[in-house]
Design a protein around this ligand. Structure first.
Ligand SMILES: Cc1cc2nc3c(=O)[nH]c(=O)nc-3n(C[C@H](O)[C@H](O)[C@H](O)COP(=O)(O)OP(=O)(O)OC[C@H]3O[C@@H](n4cnc5c(N)ncnc54)[C@H](O)[C@@H]3O)c2cc1C
Length: 459
């Protein structure tokens, strides 16, 4: 006999807890199932711990740069990796325990700890129990993709999850993958004092962004002594002495790289393979993402998929927005849609990259008449005053409608400053609204109106 609920939420990532709480609040008898860590990837092995580690790395970096600012440090600057990890763990604990306590104390909500699997379209098994509901929400997230590469299984390697247990300084960290996750780890470990080599098979880093963004990010990282190998495809891995070696197919540079530790950061794969989706008849795409419509409904009525598992976003903010879309449609008579969302994200190297909307490449490819503005960070007085002038900001405008098409702000505060552009994009207002706004001096944001006053046609 299955125990009857009105709603079941599988996974407690960035949608699940809020969804479970709202369903219960609406009077639905709700079950939420988590197999491992409350709060999921972001708070345990993703955003929160990496940003806490980035903060420690930045503190080290600034201490080493003390003399640039007239700060005299008598003695050496050392890193205590155990303390770095302990600080990170404390920050993580605050979030994850908060989620667990919240869920366990929500009226009308029952928490199950175990792995959930569908038995049918309406039935889910967890541990020895069978639960049944007419509404089921999948928030099972994603995990590090591990390529099928000769020698990898036998060698010891790290992922974003196992990196969280590292409380020592790797002598030479090899990172396979030159995208967001890999680059954040690269800079932080270099700043902690490791030798770091990034191996990327494409011809540039963060290849979804524009060429000038990729090139500047590469320069920023190389300025700190990170070795970057582009057009280098890691093909085999082997244990080598006390460390690890990778063999790469490349046009230039050594075909073998030896290091003390290896981090695999070559993308994410959805946690949908072990959910029994076939028994529920839920459709997935060839990469395993659950196929959903604009309101996040799967092909089976009564089953929704939210967060990374649906392939419509790969961020905490997109997963949380999925929750907002589902409840707006279910309870608020508000037809919110995934396609209302404007693409936005940040790369948390230092200085960070904040992005919104289309890239310059995408604007060119769609053939629209457009205007572009660009300003180097060394022409931003706030950046000069703070001694952090790497990077640039650029913006693209539709020449006919005056609407903002996209922007990239790579420079100090870029992750925050981008919101000044993003909010005007959401308001669907012309760029002249920001151009005529009076911003505070001295800030990085004050230069956005200046940049907008100096637009030229995108040739
Ligand atoms: C290193 C790293 C850094 C990141 N940094 C950022 C960042 O700075 N900003 C940003 O926006 N995003 C970042 N992300 C991405 C972000 O973490 C995810 O997009 C976000 O966590 C959304 O995930 P989710 O809600 O889909 O599910 P997740 O957070 O992945 O949670 C899914 C949950 O479901 C549980 N689960 C899975 N299968 C089952 C099952 N069968 N039964 C029961 N429970 C199950 C899992 O245990 C997990 O707790 C980062 C990711 C990584 C890996």
């Amino acid at each position: 006999m299955a125990e009857r609920y009105d709603a079941i939420v599988i996974g407690t990532g960035q949608s699940g807890p809020s969804l479970a709480a709202r369903l219960s609040e609406e009077g639905l008898k709700t079950a939420v199932i988590e197999r491992k860590l409350f709060g999921g990837t972001c708070v345990n092995v993703g955003c929160t711990p990496t940003k806490a580690l980035v903060a420690s790395a930045r503190a080290t970096y600034m201490a080493r740069r003390g003399s640039d600012f007239g700060v005299v440090i008598d003695g050496s600057i050392n890193i205590d990796m155990k303390q770095v990890k302990a600080r990170k763990d404390a920050v993580v604990r605050l979030s994850t325990e908060g989620v667990e306590t919240w869920l366990k104390h929500t009226p009308n909500l029952t928490v199950f700890e175990g792995h959930a699997r569908f038995e049918s379209t309406r039935r889910v098994r967890v541990n020895d129990e069978s639960l049944e509901a007419d509404k089921i929400f999948i928030n099972t997230g994603a995990r590090a993709r591990i390529p099928d590469m000769p020698g990898l299984k036998e060698a010891s390697y790290l992922t974003n999850s196992s990196m969280m247990e590292v409380d020592f300084l790797p002598e030479h960290l090899i990172i396979v993958g030159g995208s967001y996750i890999g680059l954040e780890f690269a800079q932080m470990y270099r700043r902690f004092g490791s030798r770091v080599t990034v191996v990327e098979m494409k011809d540039r880093l963060i290849a979804r962004d524009d060429e000038d963004v990729s090139a500047t990010v590469k320069q920023i990282l190389e300025n700190e002594g990170i070795e970057i190998r582009l057009k280098a495809e890691c093909v085999t891995v082997e244990q080598s002495g006390n460390g690890v070696a990778i063999n790469v197919e490349c046009e230039s540079g050594a075909p073998r790289i030896e290091g003390s530790h290896l981090l695999m950061a070559v993308g994410r794969t959805p946690n949908t393979h072990d959910l029994g989706l076939d028994r529920a008849g839920v459709e997935t795409d060839p990469r395993g993402y659950i196929v959903v419509d604009d309101q996040l409904r799967s092909n089976i009525p009564g089953i929704w998929a939210v967060g990374d598992a649906n392939g419509r976003g790969a961020f905490t903010h997109t997963s949380y927005n999925d929750f907002e879309i589902v409840v707006a449609n279910l309870f608020d008579n508000d037809p919110r849609r995934v396609t209302d969302r404007i693409l936005t994200y940040a790369l948390y190297i230092d200085p960070p990259l904040g992005r919104a909307g289309m890239t310059e490449r995408e604007v060119r490819d769609c053939g629209r008449k457009a205007l572009i503005g660009k300003r180097m960070m060394n022409h931003v007085s706030r950046a000069r005053e703070r001694g952090e002038t790497q990077g640039f900001m650029k913006i693209l405008i539709d020449a006919q409608t005056s609407k903002i098409l996209g922007a990239a702000i790579l420079g100090i505060g870029g992750d925050e400053v981008i919101h000044s552009v993003l909010d005007v994009m959401y308001a669907d207002a012309p760029y002249t609204i920001i151009q005529r706004a009076v911003h505070i001096h001295p800030t990085v944001t004050e230069l956005i109106p200046t940049m907008l006053g100096d637009l030229r046609p995108l040739e």
